[in-house]
Design a binder for this molecule. Structure first.
Ligand SMILES: Nc1ncnc2c1ncn2[C@@H]1O[C@H](COP(=O)(O)OP(=O)(O)O)[C@@H](O)[C@H]1O
Ligand SMILES: CC(=O)N[C@@H](CCC(=O)OP(=O)(O)O)C(=O)O
Length: 282
């Protein structure tokens, strides 16, 4: 707890864990609680299910390849509208019920996130997934300035390209890139399962703790949504983030339990150099 004073914690609030409005409220309480405890929380939000619901309503195609949404220019308009126009606003509102904390921004703002078009392969063959971005640089100055002012930044996972395009970025990877740029102590990724299951799709065995090297070996076997999530955790701990947690966002106050609990629930990824201690506050 002491070691977290003044440290930055990037929390990714995922689309599937955020469909229940009561979870928005408890999530917002947790984030404000982190702030009151002297940490510097930064929220990166998802909204995949909300984007898909809107695409359905508009009769537009919903398609994922390798866990990433196939994004046409038309899809991109909807992604921007739903993420920054709706999901981000809802979260900012839920946090600001506790005081003037949250300020929303998009990764596009002030060149916070810059991306290039991300190539994708399915079964060894290249597939065109359109305007999906991979973040190549983060300018964290705006987020830092907000933190210095005592605010809680709430960031949408959208990036601009040096080519002038706007890219749809997977929210787990956006959170990871921002955590690295901020030199965050923790990356907390909320999702709609207990953590990483070792025996997927049977879902009975949660992997409690993994080193970066262990996760690296596992990555090629991972399916769909877990792939960008675990890739994000790996990139983060390999680039200086103290540890990364994947937690069940359906459980109220998962964030507080993950950050302050004696033993974090879910899956914790630690850097290779950290000694693995039995039962230590993972
Ligand atoms: N090994 C695994 N362990 C846990 N979940 C897995 C695994 N492999 C695939 N999944 C799927 O990944 C999903 C989480 O990813 P995703 O739907 O993108 O979540 P979110 O909206 O929280 O980002 C789970 O609901 C589960 O269906
Ligand atoms: C490229 C890509 O797949 N982008 C995601 C961005 C939102 C997201 O990641 O939301 P969740 O965290 O709720 O899944 C999408 O369009 O769904």
């Amino acid at each position: 707890m002491e070691e977290l004073q003044g440290r930055t914690v990037v929390v990714k609030f995922g689309g599937n864990a955020m469909v229940d409005p009561s979870l928005h409220r408890t999530f917002a309480q947790d984030v404000v609680e982190l702030w009151h405890a002297g940490l510097r929380p930064v929220v990166v939000h998802g909204g995949g299910p909300q984007i898909s619901a809107m695409l359905d309503r508009l009769d537009l195609e919903v398609r994922f390849e390798a866990g990433l949404r196939v994004t046409t220019p038309e899809t991109m308009d909807v992604v921007r509208m739903v993420l920054t126009g709706r999901v981000q606003r809802e979260l900012v509102g839920a946090i600001n019920a506790h005081g003037p904390f949250a300020v929303g921004l998009s990764g596009e703002d002030a060149h916070t996130m810059t991306a290039v078009r991300r190539p994708a392969w399915v079964d060894g063959r290249p597939v065109d997934i359109g305007l999906v971005g991979d973040i190549v640089s983060v300018d964290a100055a705006t987020v830092r300035a907000l933190l210095e002012q005592g605010r809680i930044p709430v960031v949408s996972p959208i990036a601009r390209g040096a080519d002038g395009e706007v890219y749809n970025v997977n929210a787990d990877l956006a959170a990871s890139a921002l955590a690295v740029a901020l030199g965050a102590e923790r990356l907390v990724v909320l999702t709609d399962v207990e953590g990483l299951y070792a025996d997927w799709p049977h879902s009975t065995q949660v992997v409690e703790r993994l080193t970066a090297a262990e996760l690296d070996g596992l990555l090629p076997e991972l399916a769909s949504g877990m792939l960008p999530k675990m890739e994000g955790c790996l990139r983060a701990v390999r680039s200086g983030v103290g540890r990364a947690h994947v937690l069940d966002g359906r459980v109220p106050h998962a964030v507080l339990r993950g950050v302050f609990g004696e033993k974090s629930p879910g899956t914790t990824v630690v850097p290779d150099t950290l000694p693995v201690r039995e039962g230590a506050g993972a």
